[in-house]
Design a protein around this ligand. Structure first.
Ligand SMILES: *Cc1c(COP(=O)(O)O)cnc(C)c1O
Length: 235
């Protein structure tokens, strides 16, 4: 399993990345899946460019950020130096940030309400960009958590497509911290399948191998690569 106390000195980052890579390869083998069916998103939120650079240099392409403003401050320079880098928004999106989000991100994992659909649809047309789009599910129905309730998912996905013309590609979920994640991954996969969605953004440092068993195509791994985030930092 990934080490939650993974080292966070800059020069050990590629070692932690290699360990995560090995675990993904093993999980793919166990699930009889090809390695290239799973995209590793290195979640670099709260970490500065000096921590991200060595991971880019080690060949990692996909990165996740949870705040538009933070990504805007860090990523234009990193992307200029590494044009192959691909940026994923994995945190909540406000409608008034849709313009910046569409301009900066290659994928948006947190679509969960009509106001976001409307703002994204407008910017996608206006900017002529087509980020990969995921609807976020709140599979644990936690009141404090973003995401669409499982019972509302089919209607919401249909509304995204037919009402707003959004090309939704997949579903994202964040299981409750205290629950075994497997039933949440299974439910997310089931809702995706019946809606014809092929991408599944699920699995974090503690459970990405399990998520791969359940069909994850995008695993979002932060602390196992970058080390612990400072306690005072945002989630
Ligand atoms: C921070 C975050 C992650 C990464 O979490 P780790 O436990 O550090 O791997 C994944 N997904 C989302 C939505 C996050 O906010």
């Amino acid at each position: 399993m990934s080490d939650p106390n993974a080292p966070d000195e800059t020069n050990s980052l590629p070692i932690a990345l290699a360990a995560v890579e090995r675990e993904i390869a093993l999980a793919c083998r166990d699930a009889r899946r090809e390695r290239d069916t799973v995209t590793l998103i290195a979640v670099s939120k709260t970490f500065g460019a000096e921590a991200i650079e060595p991971v880019l240099a080690a060949g990692q392409k996909a990165f996740g950020e949870n705040r538009v403003q933070e990504a805007k401050a860090k990523w234009p320079a990193l992307k200029a130096a590494h044009p192959e880098a691909e940026l994923h928004l994995i945190g909540p999106l406000q409608s008034n940030k849709a313009k910046e989000a569409v301009a900066l991100f290659d994928a948006i994992h947190s679509i969960d309400r009509p106001s976001i659909c409307e703002a994204l649809a407008k910017e996608i047309v206006r900017q002529g960009r087509a980020p990969l789009l995921f609807v976020q599910l709140n599979t644990g129905e936690e009141p404090q958590k973003a995401g669409v309730a499982p019972a509302d998912a089919d209607d919401f996905i249909k509304r995204c497509r037919d009402g707003y013309g959004l090309a939704i590609s997949g579903l994202m979920c964040i299981p409750p911290v205290d629950d075994p994640p497997a039933p949440h991954f299974a439910l997310t996969a089931k809702i995706a399948a019946r809606n014809g969605l092929t991408l599944l953004s699920m699995g974090m440092s503690a459970d990405f191998a399990i998520a791969i068993q359940f069909g994850a195509t995008h695993v979002r791994v932060g602390s196992a690569i970058f080390g612990h985030r400072p306690a005072a930092s945002p989630p």
